[in-house]
Write a protein that binds this ligand. Structure first.
Ligand code: IFM
Length: 440
């Protein structure tokens, strides 16, 4: 049974999430080139070399999409602001059309009674900054502060919440160690620098927003539960290393002012000189912490070089992307985050959802599997609240089917189906179920 609004505390926030490059259409409105355009244009990186030039054409269909949000009965909408749309060259001149676009978005949300929850950076780094080393270059902390001031100087007086960087693990490890996302590097030194600079830029961005007088600022980390693949001590150690890199590095930096030993074992020789001195900035106080949660992984020891682990999927039911469905991981992460890092700080599930194939038949999409997924994860949130975790909201990923990065447009995460030929929107059965559950 899908839990409903009445099963949660009175002030619990229900929301839906998207991101700029995945829905807007970067070919419109004067947005600059991004490293995702470059990555996608390189054969082999993205399924079908698909890119975000049109995406869902949200740039031109914003009102229709905001109406869909309103009819979904959400309290809040988590969106992101494209750096390359606001500052096409990454620094310097701002694109007035870009600022106007986000201004209209925020006002459109407020007119519909929906809280605007902004994320500044959701991965579309301007190519001009990638040319200068992107996240490997320490200057990105200042570039990020300038971008923050430019966009929040315009909309910061009206957003309900703001967080600097979506999913630091993806920006750092997935993109610089695994090479799976732009800029597609597989380089341990680049990884160490990127991961540290991401945290530094998080801190400078928070400080820039405080200087503007903004409140309700947070951080958003994605977490993946690491289960040892067997009972061996070696597998347990491997899972602990995986957990430290993926789930503890960023939270530990922001909330404890140190990095886990298991991560330093591999990355310390490659961190920039004086990294320890950056923690006062990295630890700039935040008002909440957001967790994005999707799945778990099995981890075993590997004899190769650090980090000495190998990863596989287990035998739980899986989504279209072969991600195992493991709601208990969400409960455990919420409790652990409070106990180990954030204490009384409000926690939000800032993303949770699943990809399905979602074929459209006779104009309808029956995605009962999505309703079941949301049910089990909302129940997992309730379990965490009962255990004492201060969880204050849940955001469903995603409002619309969209550009799923290196996997292109085939994995459909939306509550609303998007026909990528006609760009027509069709609410799925999950949309109606959630609209009923979120109704006031
Ligand atoms: O689509 C992504 C999103 O951009 C970040 N979090 C995970 C989602 C699903 O993979």
């Amino acid at each position: 049974m899908l839990p409903t609004r009445k099963d949660f505390p009175e002030d619990f926030v229900f929301g839906a999430a998207t991101s700029s490059y995945q829905i807007e259409g970067h070919g419109f409105g004067g947005a600059g080139r991004t490293h995702w355009d470059d990555f996608a244009a390189t054969p082999g990186n993205v399924v079908g070399a698909e890119h975000g030039q049109i995406a869902c054409d949200h740039y031109h269909r914003m009102d229709e999409d905001l109406d869909l949000l309103a009819a979904l009965n959400v309290d809040a909408y988590r969106f992101s602001t494209s750096w390359a749309r606001v500052m096409p060259d990454g620094t310097g001149a701002v694109n007035q059309d870009g600022l106007d676009f986000y201004d209209r978005l925020v006002d459109g949300l407020l007119e519909r009674g929906i809280k605007p929850a902004a994320t500044l950076y959701h991965w579309e780094l301007p190519s001009a900054l990638a040319d200068q080393g992107g996240w490997r270059n320490r200057d990105i902390a200042n570039w990020m502060a300038d971008f923050t001031t430019a966009i929040m100087g315009r909309i910061g007086d009206r957003v309900w919440s703001a967080a600097p960087i979506n999913e630091p693990w993806c920006v750092g490890w997935l993109s610089h160690f695994m090479g799976a996302h732009a800029p597609g590097l597989r380089d341990i030194r680049a990884t160490a620098r990127a991961m540290h600079h991401i945290l530094l830029a998080h801190g400078t961005s928070i400080q820039a927003m405080r200087a503007l007088g903004m409140k309700n600022l947070g951080a958003v980390c994605n977490l993946e539960w690491a289960t040892p693949a067997n009972d061996s001590e070696a597998a347990k150690q491997a899972a602990a290393t995986y957990d430290a890199i993926y789930n503890r590095f960023f939270l530990s930096g922001m909330f404890k002012g140190k990095y886990p030993d298991q991560v330093l074992a591999g990355l310390e020789p490659h961190l920039p000189t004086g990294w320890q001195d950056d923690f006062p900035t990295i630890m700039s106080p935040v008002d909440w912490c957001g967790l994005n949660y999707y799945t778990r992984t099995l981890v075993d020891h590997d004899n190769g070089p650090w980090p000495h682990y190998t990863q596989s999927r287990g035998d739980l039911p899986k989504t279209y992307l072969e991600w195992e469905i493991y709601p208990k991981g969400l409960t455990d992460f919420l409790i652990r985050t409070q106990q180990d890092y954030t204490g009384d700080l409000p926690l939000y599930v800032t993303e949770n959802g699943l990809a399905l194939e979602d074929p459209i038949k006779n104009g309808t999409i029956d995605d009962q599997a999505r309703i079941d997924f949301v049910s089990s994860h909302l129940t997992a949130v309730q379990d965490a609240i009962v255990a004492g975790a201060p969880v204050k909201g849940y955001f469903q990923w995603s409002l619309l089917d969209n550009y799923e990065w290196a996997c292109g447009y085939a994995p459909r995460f939306g509550l609303v189906y998007v026909d990528f030929e006609t760009l027509q929107r069709t609410p799925k059965s999950s949309y109606q179920a959630l609209a009923n559950a979120f109704a006031r």
